[in-house]
Design a protein around this ligand. Sequence first.
Ligand code: IPM
Ligand code: MG
Length: 353
Amino acid sequence: MEHRIAVLKGDGIGPEIIDEALKCLGVVAEEFGHSFIYDEQLIGGAAIDALEIPLPSETVDACLASDAVLMGAVGGPQWDTLPPSVRPEQGLLGIRKALGVYANIRPAKLYAPLADACPLKPERLQGGLDLIVCRELTGDVYFGEKRRDADGAGHDDMTYTIPEIERIAHRAYGLAKQRRNHVTCVDKSNILETSRVWRETVERVAREYPDIETDYLYVDNAAMQLVLRPSQFDVILTGNLFGDILSDEASCITGSIGMLPSASLGETSLGLYEPIHGSAPDIAGQNKANPIATILSAALMLRYSFGLFAEANAVENAVDAVLKEGYRTADIAKPDESVLTCSEMGSVIASHI
Ligand code: IPM
Ligand code: MG
C-alpha cells in the first residue's frame, strides 16, 4: 500500500537522524511490500533562513495532505536572538496546533543492555522502567497569551478547558487499558486553578474506567518518585508544561535522551512523529548523534498512523537486537566501548529489520 509521509528534517542533527529513519523505512518498504512517498518540507531555523518564517504555509499544507509527518528537531543558537514569534520553536508549536495533535505519547523504556547508561543505582531499577508520558500538547501555558508590561514584567496565561482535559484523559485511559491498567494523574492542584480543573475532570473520566487504577500526584512529588521508584508508573497523564519536563527526566533514566520517540495524535490517523530531544547544535553535522529515538518514532508512525503492526514490531525488535549485540552510539556507550556513528547505527538497525 501507498503511504504519504511529510518529512520535516529541521535543524542541527535533524537531517542526520531523519536520514537514518528513512533508511529503516526503506527496508520496511522492501521487506513488507509497501510504498512510502516522501514530501520534504522546511520548518524551524531552516525555514527562517530560506523564507524568514519558521512555519511556511506550504509546509502546513503538505503535512495536512499527508498520512503522517516525520520530524527531526528545530532550533539552534543562531536563531536565539530573534523575536519570540519568529523563533524556530514556533514552527514546531505551530505545526502541532495546525494538525490538532493534542495527545503526545512518549514511551520510556529501559532496555536491559543499557542499564549501565542509567544514572540511577541498580536497586532503584527493581521492577524496571516501562512507562508512557501522555502529555497534552496543544494547550496550557505554551499557547496562552504572552505579554510584557511597560515595567518589564512578563506574563504567560495558563488555561485548560474541560473538553481539552477530557480528550487527553480518555487517551491516557485507552493506553492504560492496553498496558498495566494504571494511570497517574500529575498536576499542581494544591496551587494552580488549571490543575484543580484538571484533577476534577480526570476524577470524573476515571469513573468511566472502573478497571483502571488511578492515582494522583503533585508534579514536584512525581518528579521525585520518578527517580526514587520508576517502576510504580505505567501511564502518566499530565499537561503540556509538566509533560515536557517529566519526559526529559524519564528519558535520562533510559540511558539517554537520544532513546525516546514520540507520537502526537489528534482525532484522525494523521500523526506527527518526532524524537523528544532537541537539535543538539553542539554535535550537528558530525555524524555522532543517536538516531534510535527517531527510528523508534518511525516505528510509532507505522503502528499508529498506518496500522502496520508487524512492521512496527520489526523495527522495534531490530533496535532491541542491536542493543543486545552491544552496538552503541557515543551517548549510550561506556567510556572504554567502541562507538558507531549515526549512519552506522542506522545501517546496523536497518540490516536487522
Ligand atoms: C519537546 C521540546 C519542545 C517542547 C520545544 C522544542 C518547543 O522540548 O518536544 O519536548 O517544549 O514541547
Ligand atoms: Mg522537551
